[in-house]
Design a protein around this ligand. Structure first.
Ligand code: CP3
Length: 346
C-alpha cells in the first residue's frame, strides 16, 4: 500500500479493511496518559515536543489504530492572540479575558504560527518519524464558530446565549472575529501539513447548536474559506461536528473530503445528506463502549451494514472517548472491524 488506508479512505479509494481511529484516543482513559499527567499539566505536555509525541503514540502502541491524532488542544492557538487560557480540572477550559466588545476583537493579535506554535510542528515531525508507514498522522484545528464560542462565553456553555447574542447584536464585529480566526486556522493547518500531517480535521464541535439559517448566514462562508484555502495541499480534510443531522447538507457544501456523522443519524441516511462525492467518518455512540461486548459488536456491525462496503468510510465515534471507557471495548471494536471487513485479526 503506497499510502495509509485511512488516507486512501478519505479519497474514497478501496481499502483492505475499514480504517479506524477514535477522537480523544490520547487522553485520560489510558493509564499511561494519566501517568504523564501526574507529572505535567496539559499545557506543559503541549509545549514540550517529546512529551507531545509520547502521548500521541500511546494509543497507537496499545491498539494499533489506523490514525494518530497529534496531541494538542483546539484552544492553544488562541493564546498567542492574547488570550489568557487555563484548564480547570472537572470544569474544562477557562478564558480569563473573554471577547465581549469590538475593542476586544480589535486587540486580538495576528499570529506568526511558525514562531508561536512551533512545538506542535516539531511534535508532528517527531511522531511522523516514529509511526508505522500504514498509520496516518492527523493534524487538527478548531473551526471558527467553536473557537468563537469559547472566546465569547469564556468557558463551556449549555446554551451559547452569549455567543449568539453577540452574533445577532454585532454582526460586523462577529464577522471580523471570524475572519481573524479563519486567517489563523488556515496558517496553522497549512503549517501542520508541511510538518508531516497527512490528514487535517476541522473540529466544529458545537456547530449543531445553530439553526440552518444562522449557520448559513454567520458561519458557513468562514468554514468554506478555510477548506478552499487548504485545497492545494493534497492533504485530505475532515469536517466534524456534533448534533449536525439537520445541517449536514450545508456542512458538506462548506467543505471537507470527509464529513463527520454523530450517532443521532443512521450512517446511510447521514451519508445520503452529505452527498455521493464525499467520504464519511463515524458514527458509534461513545456510550456504547460501556455496553457488554456482544452489544458493542452488534452496534459496530450495524454501522458496517449501513456503510455497505462503499469506499470512503472511516470508522470513529460520534464524539470523543470519555475518561472512564473500559480499554477492552476499544479492542472489541477494532477486532470486529478487522474481522468483518476483511483483514486477519492480528
Ligand atoms: O486524542 C486526542 O483527541 C488529541 C488531543 C485533543 C485534546 N483536545 C486534548 C485534551 C483534541 C483533538 C482536543 C480537541 C478539543 N479541545 C475539542 C474538539 C473535540 C471535541 O471534543 O469536541 C474541544 C471542544 C476542546 C476544548 C477542551 N479541551 C475541552 C472542552 C476540555 C475539557 C473537557 C474534558 O474532557 O475534560 C479540554 C481539555 C483537554 N484537551 C483534555 C485533553 C486530553 C482533558 C484534560 C486533561 O487531560 O487534563
Amino acid at each position: 500500500m503506497s499510502e495509509p488506508r485511512l488516507v486512501a479512505a478519505c479519497r474514497r479509494q478501496p481499502v483492505d479493511y475499514t480504517p479506524a481511529w477514535f477522537m480523544r484516543q490520547a487522553g485520560r482513559f489510558l493509564p499511561e496518559y494519566r501517568a504523564v499527567r501526574e507529572k505535567h499539566t496539559l499545557l506543559e505536555i503541549c509545549a514540550e515536543p517529546e512529551l507531545t509525541a509520547e502521548v500521541t503514540l500511546q494509543p497507537i502502541r496499545r491498539f494499533e489504530m489506523d490514525g494518530a491524532i497529534i496531541f494538542a488542544d483546539i484552544l492553544l492557538p488562541l493564546v498567542p492572540m492574547g488570550i489568557d487560557l487555563s484548564f480547570i480540572p472537572d470544569v474544562g477550559p477557562s478564558i480569563a479575558n473573554p471577547i465581549r466588545t469590538a475593542e476586544n476583537v480589535a486587540a486580538l493579535r495576528p499570529v506568526d504560527v511558525d514562531e508561536a506554535l512551533s512545538s506542535t510542528f516539531m511534535a508532528l515531525s517527531l511522531v511522523r518519524a516514529e509511526l508505522p508507514a500504514d498509520t496516518a498522522l492527523i493534524g487538527f484545528a478548531g473551526a471558527p464558530f467553536t473557537l468563537a464560542s469559547y472566546l465569547i462565553e469564556g468557558g463551556p456553555t449549555r446554551n451559547f446565549i452569549k455567543t449568539k447574542s453577540f452574533m445577532y447584536h454585532e454582526p460586523e464585529t462577529f464577522r471580523t472575529l471570524m475572519e481573524k480566526l479563519v486567517t489563523l486556522t488556515i496558517a496553522y493547518l497549512t503549517a501542520q501539513a508541511e510538518a508531516g500531517a497527512q490528514v487535517l480535521q476541522l473540529f466544529d464541535s458545537w456547530v449543531g447548536y445553530l439553526g440552518q439559517e444562522d449557520y448559513r448566514r454567520y458561519i458557513k462562508p468562514h468554514s468554506a474559506a478555510i477548506f478552499e484555502a487548504l485545497r492545494h495541499l493534497d492533504c485530505p480534510t475532515i469536517h466534524f461536528g456534533v448534533g449536525t443531522g439537520e445541517l449536514l447538507e450545508d456542512i458538506s457544501e462548506a467543505g471537507g473530503d470527509v464529513i463527520g456523522l454523530d450517532w443521532r443519524v443512521p450512517l446511510d441516511e447521514g451519508w445520503a445528506r452529505v452527498g455521493e462525492g464525499k467520504a464519511v467518518q463515524g458514527n458509534l455512540d461513545p456510550a456504547v463502549l460501556y455496553a457488554p461486548h456482544d452489544f458493542i459488536r452488534e452496534r459496530v456491525q450495524q454501522i458496517l451494514t449501513r456503510a455497505n462496503g462503499r469506499p470512503g468510510h472511516i470508522f470513529n465515534l460520534g464524539h470523543g472517548v470519555t475518561p472512564a471507557t473500559p480499554m477492552d471495548s476499544i479492542h472489541v471494536v477494532l477486532d470486529t472491524l478487522r474481522s468483518s471487513t476483511g483483514a486477519a485479526v492480528g
